[in-house]
Design a protein around this ligand. Structure first.
Ligand code: DON
Length: 582
């Protein structure tokens, strides 16, 4: 299996001008009566367009935009706004994320753009600001989602939909309310537990009679509806300089947070070049720093190149061992080198170069677990003194969007901006909290990801687009903190190397190793389905984390058949998402 690794460098293109908000309604194209109806389900096959997300309502909102003549970016904006209403633990306007957009080009590889709308640290932040039990308010970064979605729409939207018409469906959902499903009821109930300190969160998201949410209840969010209507009418100007900006600043002043009017006003989306690698004849477009996902995923795949990745070997102890050893090494490099590239040199090209990656994996002993401590003599280890969501969109012309956005933990830090109805992120917890304190339990204190004013914390979010012979064939990504990188890498491996269908690739049980702590976390299903392999890993020196989570990640993905263009939307069923296609 011959693989060539190629990485594009010099990806910092700089700031995007964010100009007119485009609030006037454009004439909508009439929906064609000949088009099939939208179908919604866990797996959906379709010819024209597809949206897959954690929430059936939001997937349908996006698919309706596609069916009404919008393109994949229009649909991604509408889906993202809808999720801010229907999936409040992670869907957001008070957080940030990454969007990868792939425009097809006839006879050539797609033109792929990466929108970094990650939250940034307020100007007042310093390296040790988060060292001692920071409050939720302190951990809030300047949100990027509204400007991020707006910038992507300005650059790639079809212009058949005005900005306003992509935000209004979300405003209406918030205004009129919508039916809570089992997944949302569980999410809200879990968020409301231990939330006594957050009275506005309880007022806005608690069930009015104080009981637990149940499937079939109706959630109405009037404050959020009013905020979304302002954003629909005035665009980012409202959120970053208008009434919503004022509400955020008031919330910060009341709660001891650091975001100022100037932080909001100067927030910019950054357009960066994706990292490009090849694997098994496929081209992978992966997120650059401040995501760590692209570098780590390409390193893991690179270390596995040339090894036995036959379908029959997928669940052998040997294969699992190789995957874990590759993860261990990639995560050590992540801790050592990765951070916001605007605040220091991040050697992406060197870290993903073929020779380097081969060398990195060359000391993997097929018969024995490596010690995480030994492969990182640079780390001066000391003793120890959430939630995100991904969605994928492909339209009838092959335009593809891979979007992961987040509040960091579930419902962020549970701070709802008073009177404005939306949750703020606690993303600044992704900075290395204590300079110099790298511990065996996984806390990292290395310089590249130390906090600073304006800097973006290192992320693991890994929205990915894969192409074959110039055509997009897979769109995927996941939530899950540091596990994101390994979830996405396993979906990609299952599909590209182990010959699984996308449904099988997403359903297959997952594991996770992140260098420190030096142990493997296996999904319960993996231990149940392959107990001998897990036992064999133990026998060669791996520590298996006894917590064994029920689920790792939530990878809502789309497969495009390269020959026919037919779309298969696959909603990961670990939480209960849906594909919507027509
Ligand atoms: O950007 C990151 O890597 C994290 N803030 C993502 C958090 C997350 O995925 C938690 N959700 N499960």
């Amino acid at each position: 299996m011959q693989q060539v690794w190629r990485v594009t460098v010099g990806w910092v293109v700089g700031l995007l001008a964010v100009g007119a908000v485009g609030c006037r309604s454009a004439a909508r194209p009439p929906a064609s009566a000949n088009l099939p109806d939208i179908r919604v389900g866990a797996t959906v096959e379709a010819e024209h367009g597809m949206v897959v997300s954690v929430c059936p309502i939001a997937s349908r909102v996006g698919a309706q935009v596609l069916r009404d003549g919008g393109n994949a970016v229009d649909a991604a904006v509408a889906t993202g706004m809808a999720l801010a209403v229907t999936w409040p633990e992670a869907g957001n306007i008070g957080g940030g994320g990454f969007m990868m957009v792939a425009e097809p080009r006839r006879g050539d590889s797609p033109d792929v753009r990466f929108f970094d709308y990650r939250e940034s640290a307020p100007a007042a932040v310093q390296a040790d600001t988060f060292a001692n039990k920071p409050s939720s308010h302190l951990l809030a970064g300047t949100p990027g989602t509204v400007r991020g979605l707006h910038t992507a729409w300005q650059q790639h939207g079809s212009k058949r939909f005005a900005w306003r018409d992509l935000v209004l469906p979300a405003a209406k959902l918030a205004e009129e309310g919508f039916s809570v499903d089992a997944a949302l009821a569980a999410s809200l109930n879990s968020g409301l537990r231990n939330s006594d300190a957050f009275s506005e969160f309880r007022r806005v998201y608690g069930k009015p009679d104080g009981s637990a949410w149940a499937a079939g209840d109706r959630l109405v969010l009037p404050d959020l509806a009013a905020t979304l209507r302002r954003i629909a009418d005035r665009g980012p100007a409202d959120f970053y300089e208008g009434q919503t900006a004022d509400a955020i600043v008031r919330e910060m002043e009341a709660g001891g947070g650091l975001i100022t009017a100037s932080d909001l006003k100067t927030y910019r989306v950054r357009l960066r070049q994706p990292i490009v690698g090849t694997f098994n004849g496929y081209t992978l477009y992966a997120p650059p720093p401040p995501s760590s996902g692209g570098v780590a995923m390409l390193q893991i795949l690179g270390m596995l190149q040339g090894r036995d990745l036959s379908p029959e070997s997928r669940w052998s102890a040997n294969t699992l061992h190789l995957i874990v050893e590759a993860m261990r090494r990639a995560f050590a490099d992540r801790a050592r080198y990765l951070g916001d590239p605007d605040y220091g040199q991040v050697p992406v090209a060197a870290l993903t170069a073929g020779d380097y990656v081969r060398k990195l994996g060359s000391d993997i002993d097929p018969a024995k677990a490596t010690s995480s401590e030994q492969i990182a003599p640079w780390a001066q280890l000391r003793e120890n003194g959430g939630q995100t969501t991904h969605y994928s969109v492909v339209d009838v012309n092959g335009l593809a969007v891979s979007n992961t956005y987040t509040l960091e933990q579930s419902f962020g830090g549970k701070v709802v901006v008073r009177g404005a109805g939306f949750l703020l992120n606690n993303e600044l917890g992704d900075f290395n909290p204590r300079p110099g304190q790298t511990t065996r339990t996984g806390q990292i204190g290395t310089p590249p990801n130390l906090a600073a004013g304006g800097k973006r914390p290192l992320s693991s979010m890994t929205p990915v687009i894969v192409a074959r012979e110039g055509r997009v064939c897979l769109v995927t990504g996941s939530p899950g903190g540091r596990t994101i990188i390994n979830t996405v890498t396993q979906v990609v491996l299952n599909r590209l190397a182990f010959g699984m269908t996308l449904r099988e690739a997403v359903d297959a049980p997952r594991l996770h190793h992140q260098w420190m702590p030096d142990g493997i976390r296996v999904e319960k299903a993996l231990a149940t389905q392959h107990p001998d392999a897990v036992e064999a890993l133990r026998a060669i020196g791996h520590r298996i984390d006894p917590t064994m989570p029920d689920r790792q990640g939530d990878a809502h993905s789309i497969d495009v058949n390269p020959a026919t263009g037919r779309l298969t939307g696959v909603a990961d069923q670990r939480i209960g998402g849906a594909a919507a296609g027509y």
